[in-house]
Design a protein around this ligand. Structure first.
Ligand code: ADP
Ligand code: MG
Length: 228
């Protein structure tokens, strides 16, 4: 493990049941991500990108290898400890924005604060600030998902993932519903957010053309992660 990294995957293997056999989705994956670093993982559909994020998020347990998060070996923890660590440390941006249709952009963030047991009133200025920082002005912050563009919804999604001040940000195919230019803008935004909030960010995508703003681009194929 690299001592400066906040997220380390060490020789991670993950399999899924596949009839009476097992399908290997991750095959000896090693990855170290430092605070303030945006790592992009590019690979075709089925190569294991979402599985990689699920393991990094401690949502799935690897069959072998380790996931070390903020210096702690997550395999050695109870489910309860792992859930607590995940809540405290990890922000996830899933492929589908999963925004609640009846809530405004600002309320999407306030709902998270409420679920975390915090005061909604206290969360309001921070929600506004986070949404502003991803490029949503006061008028847009009052809109519901159907009144926002795909790119704007993705920005709300990113702001919401940041609302718990995570040290690790995991982002699954954020550009798949966007045209090239908007996709590139979302990657640039993620680079900016990564520096400002000092998150260790992993972005996975099948579209390698959009990744100019990433610090490192790795390739995934058949569950194996390689350089460049
Ligand atoms: P990607 O995100 O790159 O498209 P995934 O991580 O979703 O790849 O999938 C990697 C491999 O694991 C694929 O062969 C996929 O069919 C398989 N897979 C993913 N999720 C499951 C699951 N829950 N059960 C069984 N197989 C799965
Ligand atoms: Mg996927």
């Amino acid at each position: 493990m690299n001592t400066s990294s906040v997220l380390s995957l060490e020789a991670v293997k993950l399999t899924y049941p596949d009839g009476d056999r097992r399908l290997t989705a991750l095959d000896g994956v090693c990855l170290d991500v430092a605070p303030g670093e945006l790592v992009a993982v590019a690979g075709p559909s089925g190569s294991g990108k979402s599985s990689l994020l699920a393991v990094a998020a401690t949502l799935l347990r690897p069959d072998a290898g380790r996931v070390v998060l903020a210096g702690r070996d997550t395999a050695a923890m109870s489910d309860r400890e792992r859930t607590a660590l995940r809540r405290e440390r990890i922000g996830i941006v899933f492929q589908q924005a999963n925004l609640l249709p009846s809530l405004t952009a600002e309320e999407q963030l306030l709902a998270v604060a409420h679920l975390r047991g915090g005061s909604v009133r206290a969360a309001r200025p921070r929600a506004a600030e986070l949404l502003e920082s991803v490029g949503l002005d006061a008028a847009k912050r009052r809109r519901r998902p159907h009144q926002l563009s795909g790119g704007e919804r993705q920005r709300v999604n990113i702001a919401r993932a940041l609302s718990g001040s995570p040290s690790v940000l995991l982002v699954d195919e954020p550009t798949s519903a966007l045209d090239h230019e908007r996709g590139e803008q979302v990657v640039e935004l993620l680079a900016e957010v990564t520096r400002r909030h000092r998150t260790a960010t992993v972005l996975v995508t099948h579209d390698r053309a959009l990744l100019g703003a990433a610090d490192r681009v790795l390739s995934m194929a058949d569950g194996r992660l390689g350089g460049g």
